[in-house]
Design a protein around this ligand. Structure first.
Ligand code: HEC
Length: 440
């Protein structure tokens, strides 16, 4: 039955020749697990597209409703929290997949002639991916989203010549507001997918014209060749299933709460960027203030220039890593710097572990003393006093807290916060809890 149907369709649509073009592409040197990252990236992109479509059913891109519509997706929509989780973790997974794909191509020298154009299209796709991440980050319209985007836009403003233009295009006004949000939304769901799909088609078209690069060893590449189907298809599929299970379990087990709704007048909020921008954020901390505005654009611009034109800068025709020490050492050096910066940054973020018993005790004391009657933490509690959701970033000094609990007026003249009498141990525990309240 199925084969009769297939034959009928084949006679109308010429499926056999299509099947041949799609699946019988030769893979020089044979199928390998090292070639899976490109299809892994494509798979994750499709996952983002599908989950994004469902989120768009409920999401409202206006400052008045964006935050509430996400709350609605999280709490009311059937499996909404899961779809949002997939989209959130999928965005991180895409970054990892792209990174590994880039690394493999770099290590194998696969960007070299005749694949220069394919590499350059790839770099542009990577840029589109980063723009996806940047524009998507604002959409939940919580404090983190709002202030991180503010910082991002300000950084772009430091670019010479095009900086001012970029800021106008992105922010669509003097301040970050309703127009910015609808603009980011339109870029995220209309412009970027169109660019992305075009780019992916061109990238794959070139791949089929020049063929995959295969192993760096010429003789090895010539020795053996097999078609894309079945073994490479099998390997790619196994990896896709694995990735889906991983992203799905993250979405299931690792929920990520929204911060408070964006409050444009709360300038005390200190945002922390997504992990894939953290290394850069850490780097900026080491740069003296006078140079900072230069570094924010010179380093990324230089990096992009080198990345984009790599096939023309590295003209050595050898593809074997051992035969290209300069490129390989440069790559390793870059990775070492990025990962050390990321490590330092993460260490600082998690300096006070949340499971610290002193922090847990402090949390109980916070409830016992009814601090929530005046203070709000992540949306819970009254707003008589300051919001304490991220007080640890704002007031990182334990001494200050200890003095403040005993006598608020001594450090904050005119404060209406009552004096609290409790043991020194309890004050210490309560201050541990305060210090742990950080954006992380
Ligand atoms: C009657 C209302 C009230 C109560 C109850 C209260 N606070 Fe406060 N709190 C305030 C006010 C008003 C401020 C701002 C002035 C100041 O810094 O003292 C403040 C400030 C703070 C700050 C500094 C925040 C910042 O960003 O500078 C911390 C930390 C704090 N309170 C913790 C607590 C803890 C812990 C409790 C419970 C043991 C508590 N508060 C109970 C009203 C209150």
């Amino acid at each position: 039955m199925a084969s009769r149907l297939y034959q009928w369709l084949d006679s109308r649509l010429k499926l056999k020749s299509l099947e041949h073009t799609l699946l019988d592409e030769p893979v020089p040197g044979g199928a390998s697990w090292i070639y899976v990252f490109g299809s892994a990236t494509l798979f994750l992109f499709i996952l983002q597209a599908v989950t994004g479509m469902f989120l768009a059913l409920y999401y409202a891109p206006t400052p008045d409703h964006a935050y509430d519509s996400i709350q609605y997706i999280e709490h009311e929509v059937w499996f909404g929290w899961f779809v949002r989780g997939l989209h959130h973790w999928g965005a991180s997974a895409v970054m990892v997949a792209v990174g590994l794909h880039l690394l493999q191509v770099y290590l194998y020298g696969a960007y070299k002639s005749p694949r220069e154009v394919m590499w350059m299209v790839g770099v542009i796709l990577f840029l589109i991916m980063l723009t996806f991440a940047f524009t998507g980050y604002l959409l939940p319209w919580d404090q983190t989203a709002y202030w991180a985007t503010q910082v991002g836009i300000n950084m772009m403003g430091t670019l010479p010549i095009i900086g001012g233009f970029l800021v106008r295009v992105l922010r669509a006004g003097e301040t970050l507001g309703a127009l910015t949000l609808s603009r980011f939304f339109a870029i995220h769901v209309l412009f970027l997918p169109a660019f992305m799909i075009t780019g992916v088609v061109v990238h794959l078209f070139i791949l089929r014209r020049v063929g995959p690069a295969g192993p760096w060893d010429e003789t090895l590449a010539k020795q053996k060749s097999e078609t894309f189907w079945p073994r490479q298809v099998y390997m790619d599929s196994v990896v896709m299933v694995g990735i889906f299970l991983l992203v799905a379990s993250l979405a299931y087990f690792a929920p990520f709460p929204l911060a408070d709704k964006a409050n444009p007048s709360d300038h005390s909020f200190i945002p922390v960027p997504e992990w894939y921008f953290l290394f850069f954020y850490q780097l900026l901390k080491y740069i003296p203030g006078s140079l900072e505005s230069m570094v924010t654009w010179i380093l990324p611009a230089g990096f992009l220039f080198v990345l984009l034109f790599l096939p023309f800068l590295d003209r050595n025709p050898v593809r074997r890593p051992a035969g290209r020490p300069v490129t390989i050492l440069a790559g390793v050096g870059f990775l070492l710097i990025v990962f050390s910066l990321l490590g330092v940054s993460l260490k600082n973020l998690y300096a006070i572990p949340k499971s610290d018993p002193s922090v847990l005790r402090g949390q109980q004391l916070f409830a016992q003393h009814h601090c929530a009657a005046c203070h709000r933490i992540h949306g819970e509690g009254a707003k008589v006093g300051p919001d304490l959701s991220f007080v640890g970033d704002r007031r990182p000094d334990r001494e200050w807290h200890l003095r403040h609990f005993s006598d608020p007026q001594s450090v904050s003249p005119g404060s209406i916060m009552p004096k609290f009498t409790m043991s020194d141990q309890d004050k210490y525990n309560l201050s541990s809890y305060m210090l742990s309240l950080k954006k992380s």
